[in-house]
Design a protein around this ligand. Structure first.
Ligand code: AP5
Length: 215
């Protein structure tokens, strides 16, 4: 199964993708995570994209299509993918269709997660991530446990993203509506789009995702 989680920043794509990895053995391909890894390891590309990401603008299509192409190539036949944060432009969507075709894969569904802007801003400005395993927390809805240890791995360090502030977030939202929201029509037209309400408890949203991709 190959699915895209499509939605604005903070819609819960990463949170739901991690559940699908744990429960269905799918491979999560998050271009945001790949770019942040390049940034932390100080590669030339990572240094080039750091400011673009902090502002909330999009990295070039060429870079992210290259990253996704390498990952699809690297995983064996039979592995299903969850595309999280990719594609984000029509050029990326066309490139993904070509890459999947080339590897004899098909796209099963595109799950659009709808959440209103004020809730999105509250979500990202309260986000914290375990520095070891990547488990995502939220100051209000999923706080770091009182003993300061990650529920998944027991690590005690947590990070906050450079772009998780209100000014970057407003720019990320504008970028989403301008560059990425046309993909809703693109995938509706080819019959792959399933739109769900992304508001509600994480488990409620998880049940909606499951229904959208066929149980
Ligand atoms: P990326 O890392 O992809 O970030 P994003 O799309 O902005 O999405 P987020 O990771 O912020 O949100 P999410 O939907 O995964 O939400 P999450 O589950 O974490 O991209 C970052 C940057 O990289 C981009 O701005 C761009 O510069 C660049 N980039 C990446 N891909 C690119 C591409 N393809 N092309 C060009 N540039 C690219 O949840 C958020 C918070 O909400 C968490 O705290 C979580 O605990 C909480 N939460 C989740 N679900 C719920 C719920 N149901 N109720 C309450 N709280 C919830």
């Amino acid at each position: 199964m190959n699915i895209i989680l499509l939605g604005p920043p903070g819609a819960g794509k990463g949170t739901q993708a991690r559940t699908l990895v744990e429960e269905r053995g799918l491979v999560q391909l998050s271009t945001g995570d790949m770019l942040r890894a390049a940034k932390s390891s100080g590669t030339e590309m990572g240094n080039r994209v750091a400011d673009v990401m902090a502002r909330g603008d999009l990295v070039t299509d060429e870079i992210v299509i290259g990253l996704i192409g390498e990952q699809i190539e690297a995983h064996g036949a039979g592995t299903g993918f969850i595309f999280d944060g990719f594609p984000r432009t029509l050029a990326q969507a066309d490139a993904l269709t070509e890459l999947l075709d080339k590897h004899g894969r098909t796209l099963d569904a595109v799950v659009e997660m709808k959440v209103d802007d004020e809730a999105l801003i509250a979500r990202v400005t309260g986000r914290a991530t375990c520095a070891n395993c990547g488990e995502v927390y939220h100051d209000v809805t999923k706080p770091i446990p009182a003993d300061g240890k990650c529920v998944k791995c027991g690590h005690t360090e947590f990070t906050r993203r450079a772009d998780d502030n209100e000014s970057s977030m407003r720019n990320r939202l504008m970028t989403y509506y301008r560059e990425t929201s046309p993909l809703i029509g693109y995938y509706y037209a080819n019959g792959k789009l399933r739109s769900i309400d992304g508001l509600g408890a994480i488990d409620e949203v998880k049940a909606r995702v499951a229904e959208a991709i066929g149980g």
